[in-house]
Design a protein around this ligand. Structure first.
Ligand code: ZN
Length: 257
């Protein structure tokens, strides 16, 4: 029997409690809407976690150890995410865990830590339509998506986007106001795969849209770990005989190299 992929959808889950418009669109939280769509994929075992769940933001115990792909949506409270949790998530990505970062997660601590750049962008919440162009029709993430799809109303994100050069560019968005944006991009960090996908402002029904759900599901399947390699930084014996070491007795053995 095929082993299922363990997916955790992490949501900030604060806008839904403060803004009636967001609560109406996502009564159980955006993370639950995203998770419900992913649960339609038979090979995925999907759970959720959120910022105020506990002091580990729902990511404590051995959950991260068992997680194959983590999906991250955050916006108003990036600063409230524990640096310890961010370090643990980063460690798991470097070992091989997949990470999907959605929309305003561009400014999440974990995304900035893995990118190493500002991750800044232009934005506008107005009456823009978004046309998302598929520029990688060969890629697993775009299967089932045509040349493009449109989101009738979305927040605008515009270039320049302060990211390192992506390994693969998947989508480019155009907005009514004239801007363009690299809406879908992938990177490998350590042994893990990362996919950033732009759409998903909280005041629009974006995560109810079929194409958006399809891209996220494809992204999760693509980001599944291919390996798990813990960082152990081993002291390594020589493969071949070495010349005698006159300083062997005086070499320090403590600390990391
Ligand atoms: Zn937004």
């Amino acid at each position: 029997m095929e082993t299922k992929t363990n997916v955790v959808v992490w949501g900030e889950f604060r806008h839904e409690k403060k803004n009636p418009k967001v609560a109406e669109l996502y009564p159980c939280g955006m993370h639950e809407t995203i998770a419900a769509a992913l649960r339609k994929v038979p090979s995925l075992d999907v759970s959720t976690a959120w910022l105020d769940q506990d002091d580990r933001h729902g990511l404590g115990g051995d959950l991260l150890e068992k997680t194959d792909v983590l999906v991250w949506w955050g916006h108003m409270a990036h600063g409230d995410v524990s640096d310890t949790v961010v370090a643990d998530v980063k460690k798991r990505v470097l070992e091989g865990m997949g990470l999907l970062v959605l929309h305003s997660g561009h400014y999440a601590k974990i995304f900035k830590a893995l990118m190493g750049t500002t991750c800044s962008l232009k934005w506008r919440e107005s009456t823009d339509k978004e046309r998302v162009w598929n520029i990688a029709p060969h890629h697993p993430i775009t299967q089932g998506i045509g040349d493009y799809f449109e989101i009738p109303a979305e927040e605008m994100y515009g270039e320049p986007f302060g990211i390192p050069e992506p390994d693969e560019l998947i989508f480019i968005s155009w907005f009514t106001g004239g801007e363009v944006f690299r809406s879908g991009a992938t990177w490998r960090r350590g042994n893990g795969r990362i996919f950033y996908f732009r759409p998903g402002h909280e005041t629009y029904p974006t995560y109810h849209q079929a194409e958006v759900q399809k891209v996220i599901a494809n992204g999760v399947l693509w980001a599944r770990p291919t390996v798990r390699i813990p960082d152990i930084c081993p002291n390594s014996p020589a493969l071949e005989p070495l010349p005698a070491d006159p300083f062997a007795a005086s070499r320090p053995t403590e600390g990391f190299r």
